[in-house]
Ligand binder design. Structure first.
Ligand code: DGT
Ligand code: CA
Ligand code: ZN
Length: 580
């Protein structure tokens, strides 16, 4: 589908306009258009003129650009802008700690045209004395460069999983495969991934391999063999495909799902039980007789263990828990009854409330919470007291139209540098929940940041603390914060910690989730959606929660509305009449 390519072009136009210092509203229009193209569930090439114009944020002008791309493969406006600014300069925009203003400054004054130029310029001390550049800025930029270089080795799950699923789909359609499964770290839902491991069975392995190396994804073929082939995509992601025997498929799936440490523990247990477990099956010594391996369960059964979910296979105590019968009963996607972090077009979301409610009902949700940004976040068109009051009224009206479904009145309030909130308690007192989060000042010291967050958690209005470490995988590290102190305070204050399901956030991470559980902190799993298709991110959030050993009872948005409301700390003045 060309959707992604068009989204990338729109987003690059926004970057280029930003470098040129153009009008912020135009820039925002392109960013929103990119977001909407990316979130489109249908192939853009198959849409009619009316359908194209009906995409929120896409007017006549942008529809023309979409047509231009579909016909010619380029957008002239984009090409013209690129001529004005060298490609390497665009790359600089992605360095954390370096906004468009500084990038432009470096380009104008020092003719820095790419990451290597910039690194050299810093090392040669050339940045010293430029306006707005301090020693600390230089250190931040160097750290940003390192992060980008490091990030290119392990890829965010959110980028790799859709690719892996697309490959599997094409193989099912175009090759004689019987069983086919994604294994490796992707199947364990690890937040970053080195490569894609896929397993299949087939009666015609050569045909499978031919189809595989012939995929449009195969930028380069590393090897083609009878049982294993490897390709590298144009983005540099390696994909290994193995064809295994039907009677070995389960054992191979267990082996290649890993983790390596988990496998090693299982094999040691097998040896003690007079068995051998490898990627070919389960074998009984002496005589090497195969007693299992067709199904993955065989591996665990042979060791008298219950099945261990892939998300738990990190050698983090899951095998002992299995032996002692205390594996967690993990939360599932079906347990989720609503989404408590949702953006509309009142701030930087793409859809109006009615469209969002329709999409949520389509998912069989019982409720959602609308949590648009507040005024401190100007770039996101954040709401001030007046607009929040207007939005609350709109939600009240909307609720009257939807029986059996609830829209909670909320906000995603910006936590300022000193820990105070962006709106008065009075403005928040009409809300059902207040989601607080940090969007600026990421460079504060650990002490400052921890104090800032603890101050916010102690505010009587704050119900949820969202994307608690601020990380963007491969883009921005987590800010420095004493997470143990934060989680202990959250438990004391009854503040709910969010597991943010945006694939680049996945924040809290698995270890923090485990810690939160241990301290008795309540959790929510939220998508933080800006486009209705992002409701689907919930699977990422649920799988991440599972990696943190989370059960249904730990998750507030697995509760019915009536049970949920009393569990949310708020400063509401009007007590809700409990639904009968
Ligand atoms: P990554 O780094 O994101 O690709 O993580 P994995 O877990 O997918 O690692 P990968 O692709 O190197 O290997 C896939 C699985 O194969 C791994 O989880 C366990 C298994 N495996 C690979 N090498 C070994 C090994 O030397 N011993 C054992 N027991 N298992 C291995
Ligand atoms: Ca792998
Ligand atoms: Zn948000």
């Amino acid at each position: 589908m060309k959707n992604q390519q068009i989204a990338n072009i729109f987003s690059e136009i926004a970057d280029l306009l930003e470098l040129k210092g153009e009008n912020v509203f135009r820039i925002r229009a392109y960013r929103r258009a990119a977001q909407n193209m990316d979130g489109l569930s249908k192939d853009v090439a198959a849409l009619s003129q009316e359908e194209l114009e009906a995409i929120p944020g896409i007017g006549k002008d942008l529809v023309a650009k979409i047509h231009e791309f579909l016909e010619t493969g380029t957008v002239s406006k984009h090409e013209a802008l690129k001529k004005e600014i060298p490609g390497g300069v665009l790359e600089l925009l992605h360095i954390p700690g370096l906004g468009p203003k500084k990038t432009k400054l470096l380009y104008d004054k020092l003719h820095v045209k790419g990451v290597d130029d910039l690194e050299a310029a810093i090392r040669q001390g050339k940045l010293a004395g430029l306006p707005g550049i301090q020693k600390k800025t230089e250190e931040n930029i160097l750290r940003g460069i390192e992060l980008i270089k490091r990030g290119s080795e392990r890829k965010p799950l959110g980028r790799v999983l859709p690719l892996a699923e697309d490959i599997v789909r094409r193989m099912k359609e175009g090759a004689p495969v019987d069983r086919i499964e994604i294994a490796g770290s992707i199947r364990r839902w690890k937040d970053t991934v080195k490569d894609i491991d896929i397993l299949t069975t087939s009666k015609q392995p050569e045909k499978v391999m031919d189809a595989f190396v012939g995929l449009p994804h195969a930028g380069r073929v590393l090897m083609q063999g009878p049982t294993k082939s490897s390709i590298v995509t144009d983005d540099g992601i390696q994909v290994d495909l193995r064809v295994v025997e039907e009677r070995s498929f389960g054992a191979a799936l267990a082996y290649f799902t890993g983790s390596k440490q988990h496998n090693i523990k299982l094999r040691e247990m097998a040896v003690r039980a007079g068995l051998k477990i490898n990627e070919y099956g389960v074998f009984k010594e002496p005589g090497d007789i195969q007693i299992g391996g067709k199904k993955e369960e065989d591996v665990y059964k042979a060791l008298d263990l219950p099945f261990i979910a892939p998300e738990l296979r990190e050698d983090m105590g899951e095998i002992d828990a299995a032996l002692e019968g205390r594996l967690p009963k993990l939360v599932t996607l079906e347990d989720i009854k609503g989404d408590l972090h949702v953006h509309t077009n009142w701030s930087d979301g793409s859809h109006d409330l009615e469209e969002i409610v329709a999409a949520a009902r389509q998912k069989d949700y019982r409720y959602i919470a609308i949590t648009d940004h507040t005024k401190g976040l100007g770039v996101a068109h954040g709401l001030d007291e007046k607009r929040l009051a207007d939005e609350i009224r709109l939600i009240d009206e909307t609720n009257k139209r939807h029986a059996g479904f609830k829209v909670l009145k909320g906000t995603e309030i910006d936590i300022r540098a000193d820990g105070r909130l962006d709106l008065s308690d009075e403005a928040l007192s009409g809300l059902d929940l207040v989601v607080a989060s940090i969007h600026s000042g990421f460079g504060q010291s650990k002490e400052q940041m921890t104090k800032r967050i603890l101050t916010a958690l102690r505010n009587t209005c704050v119900s949820v603390f969202a994307h608690p470490t601020g990380r963007l995988i491969g883009v921005r590290d987590a800010y420095a914060v004493d997470m143990e102190a934060v989680l202990r305070e959250a438990a004391r204050q009854g503040v709910v910690m969010e597991i943010n399901a945006q694939p680049l956030r996945l924040d809290l991470n698995d270890l923090h989730i485990k810690m939160a559980k241990q301290f008795g902190v309540q959790l929510v799993i939220s998508t933080d959606m800006h486009v209705t298709s992002q409701f689907d991110y919930m699977t990422y959030g649920v799988s991440l929660a599972r990696r943190g050993w989370v059960e249904k009872k730990d998750v507030l948005n697995a509760l019915e509305y009536e049970e949920l409301i009393p569990r949310l700390k708020t400063c509401r003045v009007v007590k809700l009449k409990r639904a009968k």
